[in-house]
Ligand binder design. Structure first.
Ligand code: 5FA
Length: 172
């Protein structure tokens, strides 16, 4: 977070969500949150499917259009309760769902679920709060590369494995 006093309230709703104007893809930002020695990554339980573990991420909002890193830091704080130093931008990945449409032109985000475009950043964690905006609905845990790949594969999120594979966790 860029501020010393991060909000204890998570942003909710899709009214301010941004979409790629050419493809209609939902724009999502998140962080690969690494331990200082880059041997572990912080994962969070999915709020929709509590038994599944994913990376902290969420929709980029209108006021973050010029600064995806800020959206990634905000989502990381809201979902995982960690802050730290962003060290790099990772390559963009796209979701792997077969049935989510890629939408050209006008569309209604309330009735159609477009594919997502993921903008991830690598962060080295320096603070872990005891309470955070979504601490009542999510768990978090440190995972090794092998554990994280196992969880993301089990959650059927190959695009998030791709994100991990582009990070230092996979090359350490
Ligand atoms: N979703 C499911 N599978 C997907 C895939 N392979 N690629 C892209 N999106 C996929 O669910 C988050 C959203 O991702 C859901 O709308 C689901 O349909 C879609 P999740 O990744 O299981 O995480 P979550 O349950 O923790 O989700 P939320 O934080 O509630 O939602 P967002 O991650 O969208 O974040 P936001 O609401 O803070 O913007």
């Amino acid at each position: 977070m860029t501020t010393n006093t991060p909000s204890m309230v998570a942003r909710e709703g899709r009214e301010n969500q941004i979409y790629n104007p050419k493809t209609g893809a939902r724009m999502v930002a998140g962080c690969v949150c690494l331990s200082l020695d880059a041997t572990q990554v912080m994962m969070v339980s999915s709020s929709a499917h509590p038994g599944k573990w994913v990376l902290p991420k969420g929709g980029i909002e209108r006021d973050e259009i010029d600064n995806y890193a800020r959206a990634a830091e905000r989502e990381t704080w809201e979902e995982a309760g960690v802050t730290g130093r962003i060290t790099s931008k990772l390559p963009v990945v796209f979701d792997s769902r077969k049935h989510a449409p890629v939408i050209k032109g006008d569309f209604d985000p309330h009735t159609q679920v477009p594919k997502s475009e993921f903008h991830f950043f690598e962060m080295v964690v320096d603070k872990k709060a005891d309470k955070w905006p979504e601490s009542d609905k999510r768990q978090r845990r440190w995972c090794t590369y092998a554990e994280a790949c196992h969880e993301l594969t089990r959650a059927k999120r190959p695009e998030l494995v791709e994100v991990l594979n582009s990070s230092r966790l996979a090359h350490g």
